[in-house]
Design a protein around this ligand. Sequence first.
Ligand code: AMP
Ligand code: ZN
Length: 389
Amino acid sequence: VIVEIEVDHKIEDPALQGQVRAELMRLYPAIRSLEFGARLTIVSIGPVDSREVYEIVGRLRYIHKHVVKDVVFEARHEPPCREDPYLHLERTGQVVPVVEGQYLIQGQFLGLMRALDAWVVELAREMGAVEQEYPSFVPVELLRRINYFKEFPHHIMIVAPLRATADALGDFAARHDANKRKFDTLDVVGALAPVALVAAPSVCYTCYYVLRSRQLDGNRLVTAKNRCSRNEPKGFSPLSRLNNFTMREVIALGDRDFVLSQRQRFLDMITGMMQRLGLAGRIESANDPFFTNDASYKAVFQHSLKLKHEWLAALPFRGDYSAVCSVNLHNDSFGKAFNVTGVDGEPMHSACIGFGLERWAFAILAQFGCDRAMWPSPLRELIDGSWGG
Ligand code: AMP
Ligand code: ZN
């Protein structure tokens, strides 16, 4: 079928054309081609709902107009290196693939990740943060309260115990006798107990969850590092889009003014880090890649309220950027979700900064190369531990 759809104005911007094309092809896999003239012409081997298309085009146009990136800081210089560091890291055994999206890390690359982490911890301590450790699973109830299952179902990695009856365990054991059968996935039909845990997709949630139905005794800063797990259906990419990765967060909880001032300190902190390292890239407002239909409106919402900022580091070998860190302002949404109040009796406000340590270390090597002798001295000093402050 060929469908011609009236649109309010001709769609001329190539970026908007790309978004419309991607969204319509996702919704209607039967679409074979799209042409942006005075009308939108769609060739499809299946039915297309022209009202829905009209609405989607209108929505994407609206977003396109309203999503203005606010650049907080930018360093545009040309980095000295253009090579993909992954090849060297794998060849020297510093990084060993375990399965797709998961790596064993050792040697200098591990040293760099640790030094970056220690740097953040030191700055967090100076800000007055308390150190915490969390389990690497979170309860289903926690994610339910923040509607994670609706908004990010594509990320979840379920942690499921087996039903602990003799029958269920016996059946399971018999189906998975490695002497009799070869298998790479488990046959869990009928074997699972109700799922109450999910591998933590992020760090800070646990910190709010344990405070549920309580009142804070004051404003506070916390820092924690955890292994995070996310499925990434768009695919994994070595050391930058992982299934299992390490995140260091600094978290601010308390009243609105305190949290806003800490969010500003987080942004200043990464601006300082970018300058000190001499890393090319920028810090700008961003939005989360939500899954749900109203995702596009959420993106506008996050942008216009400047709820999320990302530190994007240049990856010269790919000619693009990678988010090594994000700064999130939650306002009182977690305070409300977990029924936590501040000393003022109002729902608690919160903000966090999260560094993806593998990505950050990878971006540094992508810009400065793997030969330590060629690194700028601040970076070498960081690794040597002689870098005060
Ligand atoms: P987000 O909670 O999505 O803002 O992520 C916080 C930080 O974690 C990002 O800025 C990245 O540095 C890192 N990160 C997020 N997803 C991944 C992933 N799949 N693999 C590696 N690092 C990630
Ligand atoms: Zn967080």
